[in-house]
Ligand binder design. Structure first.
Ligand code: GCU
Length: 436
C-alpha cells in the first residue's frame, strides 16, 4: 500500500470511528426511550421454516442451498464462487503475553475472491502484502485450543493492547484518550478490547481482526473496494455488500487456522458485535466449518425479523449504510413481508450449531423481541437435527447450554461488564476445552 493510500486509510479509520460513534450514539438515545417486552410479543408470526415431510437430508441438500441463494439475491449480495487464502507470515510478538497466559502472534493473510472466473486479491495493510490478524493462544493448553474469531470496531492496535502489535506512526487511538473514555462510558468496558486474560484462562485462543482494513466501513470507499473485489460480478443490484465481505473474511481466517494444528477444528467460533454480529451470522450460515456463533446485538439484517419491526427499519439502515447490503435489500424496504426470506431463515441456516444471540433491554433499535421471535421461528430446524434449540419461553430465561442461547441484560447498545461472563458461560458449555 502506498504511503498516501495508507494515510488515507488511517484517516478514514479515525473518521469512521467518530461517525460510527455518532451514529450508534443516536441509536442509543432512541433506544433509551423504550424497553423491549420480555414476553415474545408475537407482533407477526414468522412463516414456517420447514416444509411438510422435511428431513435433515432434504434440508441440507435442497432447502438450505435455496435459502442461501435467496439471501444472496435479496439481502447480502452474491458471495464469491471460489476463494483462496495465503498465510504470508506468522510473526511471534510475545511468547508470554497477558501475564504469561498466552502467546501473541501477528499473522499476515492475503485472500482472493473469485466471481465469474475473475480472481481479485484483498488489499494490503501497512505494506505487509496482506491484512493482519492478531492471535493469542493459551500457553497451558492441553491440546488444540478452541478459537474465538473476533471482528472488532477498533483497529487491531487498539483491540489488542500490546506494544508489539503493528501500528502506523500516525495511528490514532479509539480506546485511549478522551475518545476512548467516552466510547467506553457509552458502549461499555469491552467495546474495544475483550477480557483476553479471562478468555485465555478458560483455554480459548482469540483471533482479532479489524474488518474495515479490508472492506472499509465507509459508504464511498467501501463500495469502491467491494466493487474492485467483485470485478467479475456484473450485476450492481446483487453485488455483495460489506456484511457479506466481512462474513467471507471469517471464512478466510478459518482457512488459515484450519491449517494450524494448535487449533481445535471442531471449535471455531465467530464472534461479532452489532454490524459485525450480522456478519458473524452470515459467516456461519455460509461456512459450515464455523462451529458456533456469538452475535451480540446484531439487529436489523442480523438476527431481528424484517417484518413489522420496531427500532431500525430496513429502509433506514440501507439508507444510512448503503455499503452494508446488496441494493436489492434496499429495494425491498417497505415490502418486507413479500420477501422470500426473513431473518429466522438466516438463523435456521446455522442449525444445529450453537448460537448465542446477545441483547439489551433498552436497545430497542436492535429489536431484541424480533430476534427472539426469529429464534422461535428457526427452532424447528435444530429439533430436526435432534438438538436443543431454544430452551426458554421468555427473553430473560438465560439457558447457556441450549443451542440457541438468548441473552438479554438491562441497558443499551454496547459490550458491557455483564456480557463477557455470559459469553464465557456459553463458550464453556459448548466448546469448553477444560471439560472435554
Ligand atoms: C447502527 C446501525 C445498526 C448497527 C449498529 C452497530 O446503530 O443502525 O444496524 O448494528 O450501528 O453496528 O453498532
Amino acid at each position: 500500500m502506498t504511503r498516501s493510500l495508507f494515510t488515507s486509510f488511517v484517516r478514514v479509520t479515525k473518521i469512521f470511528g467518530l461517525l460510527a460513534g455518532a451514529a450508534v450514539l443516536s441509536s442509543c438515545v432512541r433506544a433509551t426511550l423504550a424497553w423491549t417486552d420480555l414476553e415474545p410479543n408475537g407482533a407477526e408470526a414468522t412463516p414456517p421454516v420447514l416444509s411438510a415431510n422435511e428431513s435433515a437430508a432434504l434440508w441440507r441438500e435442497k432447502h438450505a442451498p435455496q435459502l442461501r441463494a435467496a439471501f444472496e439475491r435479496h439481502v447480502i449480495g452474491a458471495m464469491p464462487d471460489a476463494s483462496s487464502t495465503e498465510v504470508i507470515e506468522k510473526r511471534v510478538i510475545d511468547e508470554a503475553a497477558f501475564g504469561g497466559r498466552g502467546r501473541l502472534e501477528e499473522w499476515t493473510l492475503a485472500a482472493a475472491a473469485t466471481f465469474n472466473g475473475v480472481a481479485v486479491e484483498t488489499r494490503e495493510v501497512m505494506d505487509r502484502g496482506g491484512f493482519l490478524v492478531q492471535v493469542a493462544i493459551p500457553n497451558d493448553a492441553a491440546g488444540p485450543a478452541p478459537i474465538v474469531m473476533m471482528q472488532t470496531f477498533c483497529p487491531s492496535w487498539d483491540a489488542m493492547p500490546h506494544d508489539g502489535v503493528s501500528r502506523p506512526d500516525d495511528a490514532g487511538s479509539m480506546s485511549g484518550g478522551v475518545f476512548g473514555a467516552v466510547a467506553t462510558y457509552v458502549f461499555g468496558r469491552f467495546i474495544c478490547t475483550p477480557p483476553y486474560e479471562e478468555i485465555l484462562d478458560r483455554g480459548f485462543a482469540v483471533a482479532s481482526f479489524f474488518p474495515s482494513s479490508v472492506a472499509p466501513d465507509d459508504a464511498e470507499e467501501g463500495l469502491a473496494e467491494l466493487r474492485r473485489l467483485s470485478a467479475g460480478h456484473d450485476d450492481d443490484e446483487s453485488r455483495w455488500g460489506a456484511v457479506a465481505a466481512w462474513a467471507w473474511l471469517y471464512g478466510r481466517m478459518t482457512d488459515a487456522f484450519e491449517a494450524d494444528d494448535r487449533f481445535d477444528k471442531d471449535a471455531f467460533i465467530a464472534w461479532g458485535h452489532s454490524r459485525y454480529g450480522k456478519a458473524a451470522l452470515y459467516a456461519a450460515a455460509y461456512d459450515d466449518r464455523i462451529d458456533g456463533v456469538i452475535a451480540h446485538q446484531s439487529g436489523t439484517g442480523g438476527a431481528s425479523l424484517n417484518r413489522n419491526k420496531p427500532g431500525e427499519s430496513v429502509a433506514s439502515m440501507t439508507e444510512n449504510y448503503p455499503h452494508w447490503f446488496a441494493q436489492s435489500y434496499a429495494n425491498a424496504a417497505g415490502h418486507e413481508a413479500e420477501m422470500p426470506v426473513d431473518q429466522h431463515h438466516l438463523l435456521a441456516l446455522i442449525a444445529p450449531r450453537p448460537v448465542l444471540l446477545g441483547n439489551a433491554r433498552r436497545d430497542v433499535w436492535s429489536d431484541p423481541n424480533g430476534a427472539f421471535r426469529a429464534a422461535q421461528g428457526a427452532d424447528p430446524v435444530w429439533e430436526l437435527f435432534g438438538a436443543t434449540g431454544l430452551d426458554q419461553d421468555r427473553l430473560d430465561e438465560w439457558a447457556p447450554d441450549a443451542d440457541i442461547a438468548f441473552w438479554i441484560r438491562p441497558g443499551t447498545h454496547g459490550v458491557v461488564e455483564e456480557d463477557w461472563p455470559a459469553f464465557l458461560e456459553f463458550l464453556d458449555a459448548h466448546f469448553g476445552p477444560r471439560d472435554n
